[in-house]
Design a protein around this ligand. Structure first.
Ligand code: FNR
Length: 425
């Protein structure tokens, strides 16, 4: 985005012009109001799943506190009339250093979920990282994006055949990169969900990449043939609701599905095989033979792990603590970035994930060595409030604020954002 009429000014103009006609923005332009408004729209289970963190929520808080420990020191009287927010990642020029983070079971936040998010991302040219636990098959989300960039996020299943199948599908649907998420080999302890006894996947939400996969469905049918899993005979209202939820999400006709053991077996199979807690470096080394796509490791927080990732030929690092959803009392992703950047800077691109809420956060992450950042919960809140338009506007707002922050700090391009622009608070 290099324009006289910059991303920031454009967005302000749209909002202020609408204001003249008495129209307010569909999504609040600051994170706190956005979150508050989204909470009102979302069901208790959806709010718990999206908002919730691990344990007491200290890592979620740490992600924010870390940003507050750095302050931007603007410089004046520099020509910032023309600014360039663009970056290059894996051979593609992107309009800004922002990507949309992979979020599973996004249908909780709003109908159409993945496809609506994908179209919104495509409108802005922002890459969307499709979750392995998406609510739509990756091919459907890709079809909504035209030539716009998308990546695929992989959870490494206990079944290598399934991993290969997902990677092949990612290549075929035009992914520019694969992000292997390493921090969720088990689900973290999440009291907000636990207190409601609510897990979206158990209702058949967020397993569309699996039920659309030929290898996964082969495994499901083999398990049914072997009389696995054993049916649970207790019939409660909740169990009936869950059955309807699973059945209605399963590919094919609802009435046929209702008579079939497959929807329920698919959920059980997913829960059994989606992730491999024994995953080790050797598995990751094998990824090179499994795909020709660039591979990034997500969930790296220690410089030694980052160095090792580079040593075994990984193409990028996503510094992330999964939005504080996995380990309570964990290091913030920004502090981890501060340690990791000197270890691998320049060797491979570094993406900072977890805690990005506005343009100033993007700026600080880049100053501390990130090449790009991902936007997570905020875009889901946009979805909850105004569907695809909400996702688009939340994302455009963050890019606009980043543009203005950069320009008002006296910098005209992303490459000029260095540590010199910050001081410790
Ligand atoms: C996630 N995240 C995630 N990550 C991933 O690799 N695969 C996934 O399927 C999901 N699913 C998911 C669902 C929901 C509801 C949330 C909020 C998050 C983590 C996500 O990619 C990202 O790391 C965090 O959202 C970053 O934290 P913040 O910035 O959103 O707080």
């Amino acid at each position: 985005m290099t324009t006289e009429e910059s991303a920031g000014r454009q967005r302000q103009n749209v909002i202020y012009r609408d204001g003249v006609f008495g129209r307010r923005p569909k999504v609040p332009t600051d994170f706190e109001s956005l979150e508050r408004a989204a909470k009102k729209k979302m069901s208790a289970a959806a709010w718990a799943y999206v908002h919730g963190g691990a344990g007491s929520g200290r890592t979620v808080q740490a992600n924010r506190d870390a940003f507050d420990r750095w302050q931007i020191v603007p410089r004046v009287l520099r020509d910032v009339s023309k600014r360039d927010l663009g970056v290059e990642l894996f051979g593609k020029r992107l309009p800004s250093p922002l990507l949309l983070a992979p979020v599973g079971a996004a249908e909780l936040a709003g109908p159409g979920a993945d496809v609506a998010i994908a179209s919104a991302a495509a409108e802005l040219g922002v890459p969307y990282i499709f979750s392995n636990q998406g609510s739509a098959p990756m091919e459907e989300s890709a079809a909504a994006m035209g030539d716009s960039p998308r990546w695929f996020q992989l959870y490494w299943s206990t079944e290598d055949d399934l991993v290969d199948s997902l990677l092949e599908r990612a290549e075929n649907m035009g992914a520019d990169a694969v992000v292997v998420t390493l921090d969720t080999t088990m689900l973290g302890w999440r009291p907000e969900d636990l207190n409601l006894g609510s897990l979206p996947f158990a209702q058949g939400k967020g397993i569309a990449q699996y039920t659309s996969d030929p290898v996964f469905m082969r495994i499901v049918r083999e398990r049914i043939a072997a009389a696995l899993p054993k049916p649970d005979t207790e019939v409660t209202l909740g169990a009936v609701r869950a059955l309807i939820s699973m059945t209605s999400r399963f590919p094919g006709r609802f009435l046929d599905n209702l008579r079939s053991p497959e929807p329920r077996a698919a959920v059980e199979t997913f829960l059994d095989i989606y992730s491999r807690p024994s995953l080790g470096w050797a598995d990751l080394e094998s990824v090179r033979e499994r795909t020709s796509l660039p591979v990034l490791l997500k969930g790296v927080l220690h410089p030694d792990d980052a160095r090792r990732a580079v040593d075994i030929g990984m193409n990028g690092i996503v510094v992330s603590n999964h939005g504080g959803r996995q380990v309570d009392g964990g290091v913030s992703s920004l502090d981890a970035l501060n340690d990791i950047a000197p270890a691998v800077k320049g060797a491979v691109p570094i993406v900072l994930d977890s805690g990005i809420r506005g343009g100033a956060d993007v700026f600080k992450a880049l100053a501390l060595g990130a090449d790009a950042v991902t936007l997570g919960r905020p875009h889901l809140y946009g979805l909850a409030l105004a569907g695809g338009e909400g996702v688009r506007d939340v994302t455009a707002n963050v890019i606009a604020e980043f543009d203005l922050t950069m320009g008002l700090s006296g910098l005209a391009s992303v490459a000029e954002i260095t540590r010199d622009a910050l001081r410790r608070a």
